[in-house]
Design a protein around this ligand. Structure first.
Ligand SMILES: *Cc1c(COP(=O)(O)O)cnc(C)c1O
Length: 394
């Protein structure tokens, strides 16, 4: 069976026979898990010492059966030995940094990555004596020159937000393994349906499950997948920090994941249609979509990915105000942050980033940029809607 097969999105991680003959995995709403007597506790403690995986549930800050089902499903979909669930994508990212880096270590992160990830490095890691360098995603040659004897980790994001840059992970793995650097990839925009970084030799894969994995804009969660050995410290840190997900969100995620393959394939297809339409429209200055041959990383994307995703970024032929007016004219998408759900969402990244024009420009965010995260609506309807919003814009 294929690693990211839809048979797995539906069935992996779930017992065929569940409590009460229930077809769905129950939400186990319990903060703790009890023992019949002291002998059972002692057996449990012994098993914990002997086994790689936890023998049973003990306390909700360490694990919960609903959340374990999600972890097993995600591990199967990524082709990983293990996956760990967190309360958000940021909880997953920060716990990985906290568990795996020590004072004196050097971290390399891609310049284009999620701004809160960069903020954590600048605000916290720096204070604790962990130095960070930024790597330009389109300049992998620079990576070798950034590596120092104390470089411990490379944190990359691919595809990136909002310009959908795709990193050549083959080359990243080559350089990282020659220098014994741990590689982490935040692959939220790709999902395991479009990209399997562990197959390419990446050590850890991270997702904000609040996006495509959940898929319905109704939960926050994060995930880290990798090998048992590499995840041990991270699981321990999660238990200490309390950054685990909760049983209700875990259930919603389990339910959302069942349709992941259907949703992402539709979004790949619709994303391509929308991008192709925009590329030919005179009121659109440029389109950023890795599926278009005009995208700088089109060849890399074709090599690594089986789909180009549902996010299309583009520049309107107009200024900050005209771009805002265009977004307000759209009838189908919601306006706001986030992406990856069944509902389309459009936003002007510059407007959500800062009211200060200079700050926006320093971050490389054009005033006329629109990020359109395609949902699962009929792409023809989305294109019709875009067409009317673009008419006589100025
Ligand atoms: C949203 C997002 C995050 C943060 O995830 P949360 O679940 O919102 O904490 C991290 N990385 C990427 C690429 C994201 O899109």
């Amino acid at each position: 069976m294929r690693t990211n097969s839809p048979t797995r999105t539906v069935h992996a991680g779930e017992e065929k026979r569940k409590p009460y003959g229930s077809l769905t995995t129950p939400i186990v709403q319990s903060s703790t898990f009890t023992f019949a007597n002291t002998a059972e506790i002692l057996d449990f403690m012994q098993a914990k010492e002997n086994e790689v995986t936890r023998p049973r549930d003990e306390y909700g800050r360490y694990s919960n059966p609903t959340q374990t089902a999600v972890e097993l499903k995600l591990a199967a979909l990524e082709g990983a030995e293990q996956a760990l669930l967190f309360s958000s994508g940021m909880a997953a990212i920060t716990t990985v940094f906290l568990a795996r880096l020590s004072r004196g270590d050097h971290l390399i992160i891609t310049s284009d990555c999620y701004h809160r990830t960069r903020e954590f490095a600048a605000m916290f890691l720096d204070r604790w004596g962990i130095e960070t360098s930024l790597l330009q995603i389109d300049n992998l040659e620079q990576l070798e020159s950034l590596v120092k004897p104390n470089t411990r980790m490379l944190f990359a994001e691919t595809p990136t937000n909002p310009y959908l840059r795709v990193m050549d992970l083959d080359r990243v793995v080559e350089i990282a393994s020659a220098n014994k650097i741990t590689t982490v990839v935040d692959s939220t925009f790709a999902t395991p349906i479009n990209l399997l970084p562990l197959d390419l030799g990446i050590d850890f894969i991270i997702h904000s499950a609040s996006k495509y994995l959940g898929g319905h804009n109704d939960l926050l969660a994060g995930v880290v997948a990798g090998s048992h050995m590499q995840l041990a410290q991270i699981e321990q840190a999660r238990g200490v920090l309390g950054s685990i997900s909760n049983p209700n969100d875990a259930y919603l995620l389990l339910r959302g994941l069942k349709t992941l393959d259907l949703r992402v394939k539709q979004q790949n297809e619709s994303g391509m249609h929308v991008a192709q339409f925009l590329e030919t429209h005179p009121a659109v200055r440029s389109v950023y979509y890795p599926g278009l041959s005009s995208h700088p990383d089109h060849e890399t994307s074709k090599k690594l990915m089986s789909g180009f995703g549902g996010v299309v970024s583009f520049e309107i032929d107009g200024d900050f105000e005209v771009t805002g007016r265009f977004i307000d004219r759209l009838k189908i998408p919601y306006i706001g942050p986030t992406l990856g759900g069944v509902e389309s969402i459009a936003q002007q990244p510059a407007a959500l980033f800062s009211l200060d024009r200079a700050e926006r420009q320093a971050a490389g965010l054009q005033d006329s940029l629109v990020r359109y995260a395609v949902g699962i609506e009929d792409p023809d309807d989305l294109i019709e809607d875009l067409k009317s919003a673009l008419e006589n814009l100025k």
